[in-house]
Design a binder for this molecule. Structure first.
Ligand SMILES: O=C(O)C(=O)C[C@@H](O)CO
Ligand SMILES: [Mg+2]
Length: 390
């Protein structure tokens, strides 16, 4: 089998989006003086879909959501020429070829996200060529079904958050993640508002349900050290991305500070990046995203590293490219799940572009072992609500 074409299309949402509420999610831009929507730079309203075509008519599908227009340029101008004419089963060689040829300016960020998209498509191709789901090419079925946690609860009116939390309980979820809305700029009053939101959700869900807390890089080390002890009483399953991804020593200090596990990794890349996090005991939960970290080839290596360090892997975002990694290893106990709803931040767009992602039943998802590859197809339902850039 030889690769004959790489088609990268940018799907840009032009449909209805739900405007953000103030303080709906703390984030790295909050540290800067600014007015208005600091989450603006963390919108994922574009998604690059990669189709790898072969000489026997099979097409593998990959995706990348970070800087999708730039990712397309990197794929078209740098990566496609490296893989066209090659055998997709030589995926390790092709990964090294893409990684080493872009090392000078790649390694992390959008270049590695672009490599991830092609790599995911290669694994989809290998699954389709062998008639097996991707997880059967990795480590097979390690779980009867995958537990997942409902992930939204953006910071809004506390009563609304309580109603949303209750709705996840009603759907059978026994774990959910909420977002903080305040950080260092908001002072002690913001600390109080952060604590009140956790107390409000705990009031509804009790303590027999896992509650994860998401900071999305919106704090700093000093603020996190002050608030962490105050959060212990709420027994969070983890506190996520309290500081920026480059502050690895800050992660490590926080991870030793209290009983609260610190999680991160959705903004880290390759096994080399995760080796640093693990060597420094910087995280107690690894959360790479397979469409960022280096694709399935890199994620599979991180799973092995994590197992050796006894650090669980709970990939960012759920979505099919991550579910196969979770299914294939005991190192990954559960998946994230973004509830399907109107387009807000853009994490939801996956469901508008693709079909095939499993719907949770009572807080679990399963993968169909009779569906080869990733088990995804491109949806026709919402095409008129996208601008598509070829
Ligand atoms: O789901 C997460 O962990 C994220 O970081 C998503 C991001 O959009 C903030 O909610
Ligand atoms: Mg996160």
């Amino acid at each position: 089998m030889k690769i004959t074409r790489i088609r990268a299309r940018v799907f840009e949402w032009k449909g209805r989006t739900v405007p953000p509420q103030a303080h709906f999610c703390a984030n790295a831009m909050d540290m800067l003086w600014s007015r208005g929507d600091t989450m603006g730079t963390f919108r994922f309203h574009g998604w690059t879909v990669v189709e790898v075509e072969t000489d026997d008519g099979l097409v593998g599908i990959g995706n990348v959501a970070l800087a999708p227009r730039i990712a397309k340029q990197i794929i078209d101008q740098y990566l496609a020429p490296l893989v066209i004419g090659q055998d997709p089963f030589d995926y390790e060689y092709l990964w090294q070829r893409m990684y080493r040829s872009t090392l000078a300016w790649g390694r992390k960020g959008v270049a590695m996200a672009a490599i991830s998209a092609i790599d995911i498509a290669l694994w989809d191709l290998m699954g389709k060529a062998t008639g097996r789901p991707v997880f059967k090419l990795l480590g097979g079925r390690t779980k009867e079904k995958i537990p997942c946690y409902a992930s939204k609860l953006y910071r809004t009116d506390l009563a609304d958050m309580q109603r949303e939390a209750q709705s996840y309980l009603d759907q059978g979820f026994s774990a959910m993640k909420m977002r903080f809305g305040y950080g260092p700029k908001d002072g002690p009053a913001g600390v109080r508002k952060n604590l009140d939101s956790v107390a409000a959700v705990r009031e509804v869900i009790g303590y027999d349900v896992d509650l994860m807390l998401e900071c999305y890089m919106g704090w700093n080390l000093e603020y996190a050290k002050r608030i962490l002890p105050k959060l212990e009483r709420y027994e969070p399953r983890w506190l996520e991305e309290p500081v920026i991804a480059d502050d690895i020593d800050g992660y490590a200090e926080l991870n030793q500070l209290t009983s609260i596990p610190i999680s991160g990794g959705e903004h880290e890349f390759t096994s080399y990046g995760f080796r640093q996090l693990l060597d420094k005991r910087a995280v107690s939960v690894i959360q790479y995203d397979t469409n960022r970290v280096g694709g399935i080839t890199a994620a599979h290596k991180v799973n092995a590293l994590a197992e050796a360090y006894s650090v669980p892997v709970i990939p960012h975002a759920g979505q099919m490219h991550n579910y196969h990694l979770t299914m294939s290893t005991l190192a990954s106990p559960m998946s994230e799940f973004f509830p399907v709803h109107d387009v807000e931040v853009g994490n939801e767009l996956f469901y508008y572009i693709f079909e095939g992602d499993p719907t949770p039943q009572n807080g679990y998802i399963d993968l169909d072992e009779h569906k080869p590859g990733l088990g995804l197809t491109l949806s026709e339902k919402y095409l008129d609500q996208f601008n598509i850039i070829e």
